[in-house]
Design a protein around this ligand. Structure first.
Ligand SMILES: Nc1ncnc2c1ncn2[C@@H]1O[C@H](COP(=O)(O)OP(=O)(O)OP(=O)(O)O)[C@@H](O)[C@H]1O
Ligand SMILES: [Mg+2]
Length: 360
């Protein structure tokens, strides 16, 4: 059996492009875990980098993953690349929410009046912190709801970092027909993203009102359903954070409920609490907490305990699983790629509970 020293040596043979040091020496292998399993060794860690550096470090993550897999006796490897804090262009991400801010924004922003036509339920997927797997959950949850025979749409409201076009492998401007935008169809889902409207590579520096205008437009001007075939559920992938932009977005969106995604870490949990508070202020029920990246690296069970404290349902955990990331990178939800796999089963349970409370 290889040991932790072999793992560290393999990682230190890969250079941090910024400091030139090995990955472990550079402090880039956070929460490095090496654990035996019946099939062999399991190794995983998290690489937290500045948001502007994620592209620079993606090949480094791939190299680290390949190097660990090449160690004889290694059965499973998960390396997660995540952005550490709010990028400069996302000022609202870390802004905290004061009661005064709620009142002020409430006074300015109209309450939602525009329900999207022919959409039965609107479900938000939110997180307090960035990079916790909100989009991954939104995509796979939508696929799991569709697998129940429901008609499902997915709206990428992350105006700052739209990722659904990549995760679902869709591109190209939506077509206009009879004053409505036609959503893209992918993996049985109807998809609309601000990334499709603007071009995925445009650097977006939206202020609150523009962000909210873009969202309203995608929400109300997309042909999600028709009189004969209404959409059962529209899943909305919200931008991370609990600042004024998020507040404006959720105030203007007629949400029937929200799901909050968190990692087990305390810092992410504190953010989950803030997200829950935000939804409480606008009287949108939090339908549950999901623990993502659960397992050896981050720990386990934090979100369940937090759900108990907040008095909201706990919907289950999703393991740190390289297949989940690879499927997203390849433009296909893992739930559709491996409908009988363990991850799909977990999402099926979560989808069943949500479909039940939403009455669809
Ligand atoms: N359970 C998991 N196991 C392994 N990798 C994961 C898991 N969940 C998410 N990831 C990966 O972590 C990264 C961040 O996930 P994702 O983009 O879904 O997060 P997010 O919360 O939507 O981020 P952002 O705040 O930037 O919108 C992605 O590379 C994704 O593939
Ligand atoms: Mg996202």
């Amino acid at each position: 059996m290889p040991d932790k020293a072999a793992v560290i040596a393999a990682l230190d043979a890969i250079r941090d492009p910024k400091s030139g040091q090995g990955l472990v020496a550079a402090g880039l292998a956070q929460g490095l875990t090496v654990a035996p399993t019946p099939e062999g060794l399991r190794a995983g860690f998290v690489m937290e980098v500045a948001p502007r550096d994620t592209a620079l470090y993606a090949p480094v993550r791939d190299a680290a993953e390949a190097a660990l897999k090449a160690i004889p006796g290694m059965a499973r490897v998960s390396v997660v690349l995540t952005a550490e804090t709010a990028p400069a262009t996302r000022p609202a991400r870390t802004a905290s929410l004061s009661p005064q801010a709620v009142e002020q924004t409430r006074a300015k922003a109209p309450v939602p009046t525009d329900r999207p036509a022919h959409v039965r339920r609107v479900l938000a997927v939110a997180s307090g912190k960035g990079g916790v797997g909100k989009s991954t959950v939104a995509v796979n949850l939508a696929a799991a709801l569709a697998a129940r025979g429901l008609s499902v749409g997915l709206l990428d409201a992350d105006v700052y970092g739209p990722s659904l076009p990549t995760m679902l492998g869709v591109s190209g401007k939506p077509e206009y027909r009879d004053d409505r935008m036609e959503p893209h169809q992918a993996h049985g889902l109807k998809v609309m993203s601000v990334g499709l409207l603007t071009g995925a590579n445009d650097a977006m520096v939206w202020r609150g009102p523009m962000a909210s205008q873009a969202l309203t437009q995608m929400l109300t001007q997309t042909r999600w359903g028709t009189e004969e075939q209404p959409l059962d559920v529209l899943v909305v992938d919200l931008p991370p954070g609990t600042g004024d932009v998020q507040l404006t977005l959720i105030q203007k969106t007629p949400l029937d409920g929200a799901v909050i995604v968190s990692t087990p870490q305390e810092v992410a949990l504190a953010d989950a609490r803030r997200a829950h508070t935000l939804f409480q202020k606008v009287r949108v029920p939090t339908l549950g907490l999901i623990e993502n990246m659960s397992g050896d690296v981050f720990g386990r069970g934090g979100a369940e305990a937090e759900a108990g404290r907040l008095g909201v349902p706990y919907l289950g955990d999703l393991p740190l699983d390289a297949a989940l990331r690879q499927a997203g990178d390849a433009g296909r939800p893992l739930v559709s790629a491996e409908p009988d796999g363990p991850v799909a089963q977990r999402f099926a349970l979560i989808a069943a509970r949500l479909a039940d409370v939403l009455g669809v």
